[in-house]
Design a protein around this ligand. Structure first.
Ligand code: GAR
Length: 206
């Protein structure tokens, strides 16, 4: 299965996918291209180091409509079957989302439907989790629809929030123990044809 990976920053989720393909923990999956929202994303270096083509498509530079057209043309040209948003801090345009319905997945650093939606990205969900005093948090992989963080949920994984956590320690633990585990898992389940969406809910076939 050919995939494209969209990134905006450090690229630890991208690295987890690269490493698991290399080690054989993910099978029958090939990253055709890494597409960054900005030139300074360190994820681009990770792609290059792994010999994966990388390019920047910037909504800021192109404007919203041209950005939508450019991403859609790029994905169609690559012929990818799955689009993975791995630390992608922007939003794809409506044409791209419609054309790839139930073929775009996103990793969100909280347990949806809590601590998600517009503006809840990066460190912010972890700050909100600690401000609220909830005792568990985690990560969610979900399909992307036209609303922020609202598509069908594929996988979730939780960790305890510890009394002395800071947003940074919680973020780090969730990235390592949740995100980097369930994002590769979801990709493999999709590659294996085990994910079905029925009435807007995900069913994992045995
Ligand atoms: C990750 O925690 C990811 O879940 C989050 O940004 C971070 C990027 O890390 N994504 C979102 O907040 C999307 N709404 P990475 O670039 O090292 O993978």
């Amino acid at each position: 299965m050919k995939i494209a990976v969209f990134v905006s920053g450090g690229g630890t989720n991208l690295q987890a996918i690269i490493d698991k393909i290399a080690s054989g923990e993910i099978t029958n999956v090939e990253i055709s291209e890494v597409i960054a929202s900005n030139e300074s994303a360190f994820a681009i270096e990770r792609a290059k180091k792994a010999g994966i083509p990388a390019k920047v498509i910037s909504k800021k530079v192109l404007g919203a409509e041209a950005y939508d057209d450019a991403t859609l043309a790029e994905l169609n040209g690559l012929g990818v079957e799955l689009v993975v948003l791995a630390g992608f801090l922007s939003m794809l345009g409506p044409k791209t989302v419609a054309a790839y319905a139930n073929r775009i997945i996103n990793i969100h650093p909280a347990l949806i439907p809590a601590f998600c939606g517009q503006g809840m990205y990066g460190i912010r969900p972890h700050e909100a989790v600690l401000a609220k005093g909830v005792k568990v948090s985690g990560a969610t992989v979900h399909f992307v629809n036209e609303h922020y963080d609202e598509g069908p949920i594929i996988l979730q994984k939780a960790v305890d929030v510890l009394p002395d956590d800071t947003p940074e320690t919680l973020q780090k633990r969730i990235m390592k123990e949740c995100e980097q585990v369930i994002l590769p898992q979801a990709i493999q389940l999709i590659a294996d044809g085990r994910i079905e969406v029925v009435n807007n809910l995900v069913r994992v076939k045995p």
